[in-house]
Design a protein around this ligand. Sequence first.
Ligand SMILES: [Zn+2]
Length: 407
Amino acid sequence: MDEERDGERTPVREGGKAGRKTSGRDGRSRERSTAPGRPAPHRGRPSSGSGPGRRPRARRSRLRFTRRFYILLGLLVGIILLVVLVLSLSGGSGGDFRSLQASVKLSDSELNRLKVNELGAVMILAYHRIGDEGKQSRTPENFLSDLEYLYEQGYRCISLRELVANHITVAPGYTPVVITFDESDPSQFRYLEEDGRLQIDPRCAVGIMERFASEHPDFNMTATFFVLPELFGQEEYAEVKLRYLVERGYDIGVHTLNHVELGGLNDARVLEELAGSVRLVKGYLPDYEPFAIALPGGSRPRNMSLLDHGEYEGVKIAFVAALLEGSNPATAPCDRNFDPLNLPRVLAMDPSLDTSDSGLYAWLRYFMENPERRYVSDGDPFTVTVPRHMEDRVSREKLGDRRLRLY
Ligand SMILES: [Zn+2]
């Protein structure tokens, strides 16, 4: 029955298809080149001076009419061919759909049908290892099936940065999801050497995500890696891996130096852990700002201001997001309860091991049964669309210069 209910929530527009209507620049320049030119000079035979009879003149004007008709017909056919050409050229790319989305304006009935709710909850998924199945580990097959299931159920990736900045660019009718990995375990990113060539292990998390991304470009595959000094093992490739991740649009965050619970430390020790982890990343990527931290054990420092206003031995600490271990989805970025330094997460684990009913599949089921609790995008990152009865939960401050639309 859940499937049935979910089936109603068919998203209106898929990224790839929406792309077909774009490529305006191309279309315009072509249209201009085929725009009708000056009227063709009259090429009829000069009339003889000796009083032309009625019949020949009628024939000439009929001839002129027929010629004009064919010119118009030719133009019409030309324009139709041009439109077909432009549509077919832009169809394959699907790349420009975000700019189109910004102009998508859904009617109230579409909003109702899609249950658009940009105050709904957003899951930030926590992964640790890819290997044997366990509470903090998924097999490669099950990790892939998590991605497939999320995709089928209308979820699309956004980065943690986009969530915190409230710049959510998923297509109308879809739900954003954030994927994170803690501890930089070797199973997250492993190189294999084959015949002297370096290859990403297709069974490590990055290998699986890269393949999934190429097969599902509209999933917008991305993730944030909260690293420890272990840095995915394979010490010789630590820098190569970090650079690869950043270049491919993944994000790097930190997870302290010694995987300690910050709640039990004094300020000086907290700063040491935070600054040390920032320095670790910047040692490999000097221009990169590790903007977020996953707090080991979900333990928050007693002095929370150290997270976003700290400084230690010349290292500035200015995290814009701090993640808990947590067991529930986060509130939407415009919700007055949204706290970027207190973001709960949902553990991605097999339902058979989920004794507390708080893992990924428990929440997926919850959102099927309670579709009004799920974040559903209006497709326009500059407008926040919310059912009217939830208006009082919107934080005007967090809304910033975005437009609020109630329905
Ligand atoms: Zn950890």
